[in-house]
Design a protein around this ligand. Structure first.
Ligand SMILES: Cc1cc2nc3c(=O)[nH]c(=O)nc-3n(C[C@H](O)[C@H](O)[C@H](O)COP(=O)(O)OP(=O)(O)OC[C@H]3O[C@@H](n4cnc5c(N)ncnc54)[C@H](O)[C@@H]3O)c2cc1C
Length: 470
C-alpha cells in the first residue's frame, strides 16, 4: 500500500467520522501545549474501540507510515507532537473514555486510555476511594498519556509515580496485535513485566488502550504546614524527622527558595506574606489521613514543635482551616506562573538522590557564579521525591533572548552537575523531542543499547512516534 493512499484506506476501514484529513480539522492536533513544537500529518484518527486502534495501526504499518499517539497534549517535552514529515498519522485516544469497571473489594479501576485523569479521580472519590495520581494538568491529561509518560505529581512521596499505581495494561502493538495485559492481580511473578516497558515509553512501543489501576482509601483529612528553613540541609533533616514520625501520612514535601516566594508575591494575585520576616527557603508539608482532623493536626503540631526546638526550622504556619490550607498551597502552586510572568527562563526538571540535594545545591551555586553571578535561580520542587525544578532566569537587564542564547552553556552545566551527583536529567516530564539530545548524551551506552533492542522487538518497522526518546 502507498503511504499517500492511507487516509482513504483508513476512512474505508474506520468510517469518515473517525478519520480527519482536512487541513483545518487537523490543525489543532499539530502543535504542543506550550506552543514550542509544530509538525505535520496527513490524517488524525480518533478510534472508539480497541479493534479500531488495531486496524488503524495495522494499516499504518503496511504503509510504513509513522504514528504519533496523542493523549491530552499536556506533555511538556513535545512528545505528542508529530515531526515535520507530512505523511504522519496522529492517533488520538480522546474517544476511548469508558471506565470499564471499579471494584471496591479488589480496590481496582479499569479505565480506557482516553479517560481524563480528573474524571477518574472523581469517580474513585464517588466510590469512597482515592486514585492518588494528581497533577495540575489533571483536568486535561489522559490516563493513557499519564502512563506513557510515567507521570509523577504531588503525591509521589507517598504513593509513587504512575507506574507504581498500575496493575495491568492493554495495548495495541504497531502490527495491530493486542497485548492483553489488563490483569488486576497484585501478585504475578511470571517472567518479564512487559506492561512496565509500555509505561514511560512515550508512545514509542505501542498504543496503550486501557489500564487497571490501584485504588486506596480516601484520605479526606488534610493538614498543611509551611516551615521556614535556613538551607536545603535543614529541609533534608526536617524531611527525615517527618518521615520517621508521620510515616505513610506524609503526602507531600515541597521546597522553594525565598527568591521563589518573592516572585509569587510580586506576580500572583490573592497571595499573602506567610511570616513577619523573609527566610532563605521554605518547605510545604502535607499530611493526609482517614483519621479525625484534630488527631492529624495534633500530630503535625507536635512534630513541627519538635523541629522548632531542635532548630530544624525557624518558623512555621500550620493550617487551621481549608481556606488557610489552600492559601499555603497557593504560594507553591503559583511559582511556575510567576516565573512565566517574569520572562523567558531555562527550565530543568531534574532529580537527585535526596541526601545529595544540599551538596548539589552548594556546588551548583558555585558553578553558576563562574558562568554569570547575575543569573537568577528559582529553585523549587518535590523535594521529598528528590525532584528539583532548577529554573534559571536571565540577569536583570539582560536581553529577552538571554535564555535562547545561553541555553547550551547553562543547561550543559546544570546537567553535568546533576549527573556528577548521580541524578537524572528528567525527573518526571520525560524526554520527547526536548531532551532527546541530552538523553542520548548522558544515558549509559549499555542502557541505550538495551532500549534500542526493546524498541526493535516491539516496533521492528519503526513506525511508533519517530524522533522521540530514542
Ligand atoms: C500545568 C501542567 C502541570 C503538569 N504537572 C506535572 C506533574 O506534576 N508531574 C508530571 O509528571 N507531569 C506534569 N505535567 C506534564 C503532563 O501533564 C504529563 O506528562 C501527562 O502525563 C501527559 O498526559 P497527556 O494525556 O497530556 O499526554 P500527551 O501530552 O498527549 O502525550 C504525552 C506522551 O504520551 C504519549 N501517549 C499519550 N497517550 C498515549 C497512549 N494512550 N498510548 C501510548 N502513548 C501515549 C504521546 O505520544 C506522548 O509521547 C504537567 C503539565 C502541565 C501542562
Amino acid at each position: 500500500m502507498q503511504a499517500a493512499n492511507l487516509p482513504q484506506r483508513l476512512t474505508e476501514a474506520l468510517g469518515p467520522d473517525t478519520v480527519l484529513t482536512q487541513p483545518d480539522d487537523i490543525a489543532p492536533w499539530l502543535a504542543d501545549w506550550r506552543g514550542i513544537y509544530r509538525g505535520q500529518a496527513q490524517a488524525v484518527v480518533r478510534p472508539r474501540t480497541v479493534d479500531e486502534v488495531s486496524r488503524c495501526l495495522a494499516l499504518c504499518q503496511q504503509a510504513a507510515v509513522p504514528v504519533v499517539p496523542r493523549g491530552g497534549n499536556t506533555g511538556l517535552c513535545g512528545a505528542a507532537t508529530p515531526d515535520g514529515q507530512p505523511l504522519n498519522v496522529v492517533l488520538s485516544l480522546d474517544r476511548m473514555h469508558a471506565i470499564r469497571s471499579l471494584d471496591t473489594i479488589a480496590n481496582t479501576m479499569v479505565a480506557e486510555a482516553g479517560c481524563i485523569l480528573g474524571n477518574l479521580r472523581r469517580a474513585a472519590a464517588d466510590a469512597n476511594r482515592l486514585l492518588p495520581l494528581s497533577l495540575a494538568a489533571e483536568d486535561s491529561c489522559q490516563i493513557g498519556g499519564n502512563l506513557a509518560t510515567n507521570a509523577g505529581g504531588v503525591n509521589v512521596v507517598r504513593y509513587g509515580m504512575a507506574r507504581e499505581l498500575v496493575l495491568g495494561v492493554e495495548a495495541v502493538l504497531p502490527n495491530g496485535e493486542v497485548f492483553h495485559g489488563l490483569r488486576t492481580l497484585r501478585k504475578d511473578n511470571t517472567g518479564y513485566d512487559l506492561k512496565q516497558l509500555l509505561i514511560g515509553s512515550e508512545g514509542t512501543l505501542g498504543v496503550i488502550t486501557a489500564a487497571a489501576l490501584r485504588l486506596f482509601p480516601r484520605t479526606d483529612t488534610r493538614s498543611v504546614v509551611l516551615a521556614a528553613v535556613e538551607s536545603p540541609q535543614q529541609a533534608l533533616e526536617l524531611y527525615a524527622l517527618l518521615f520517621e514520625q508521620c510515616g505513610a501520612r506524609l503526602q507531600a514535601f515541597e521546597f522553594f527558595t525565598g527568591a521563589c516566594l518573592d516572585l509569587v508575591l510580586t506576580h500572583a494575585e490573592g497571595v499573602q506574606e506567610p511570616f513577619a520576616q523573609r527566610y532563605p527557603a521554605y518547605v510545604l508539608v502535607e499530611l493526609a489521613d482517614t483519621a479525625e482532623e484534630d488527631a492529624l493536626n495534633a500530630l503535625l503540631e507536635r512534630v513541627i514543635g519538635e523541629a522548632l526546638e531542635r532548630g530544624l526550622c525557624h518558623d512555621a504556619a500550620v493550617s487551621t482551616s481549608l481556606a488557610q490550607l489552600q492559601a499555603l498551597w497557593k504560594l507553591r502552586e503559583e511559582i511556575s506562573e510567576a516565573q512565566r510572568a517574569d520572562g523567558p527562563h531555562l527550565k530543568h526538571d531534574v532529580s537527585l538522590p535526596i541526601e545529595q540535594i544540599p551538596a548539589f545545591m552548594v556546588s551548583m551555586q558555585a558553578r553558576l557564579h563562574t558562568l554569570d553571578p547575575a543569573i537568577r535561580p528559582f529553585i523549587f520542587g518535590h523535594f521529598g521525591d528528590g525532584n528539583l525544578h532548577y529554573n534559571l532566569s536571565r540577569p536583570a537587564g539582560a536581553p529577552k533572548d538571554w535564555a535562547a542564547t545561553h541555553e547550551d552553556a547553562v543547561t550543559g552545566t546544570v546537567l553535568d552537575e546533576v549527573m556528577r551527583y548521580g541524578g537524572s536529567i528528567s525527573a518526571e516530564h520525560g524526554i520527547g523531542q526536548l531532551k532527546r539530545h541530552a538523553f542520548l548524551q548522558y544515558k549509559d551506552p549499555l542502557e541505550l543499547r538495551l532500549m534500542r533492542e526493546i524498541k526493535r522487538a516491539f516496533d521492528p518497522a519503526g513506525i511508533m512516534n519517530p524522533g522521540k526518546l530514542l
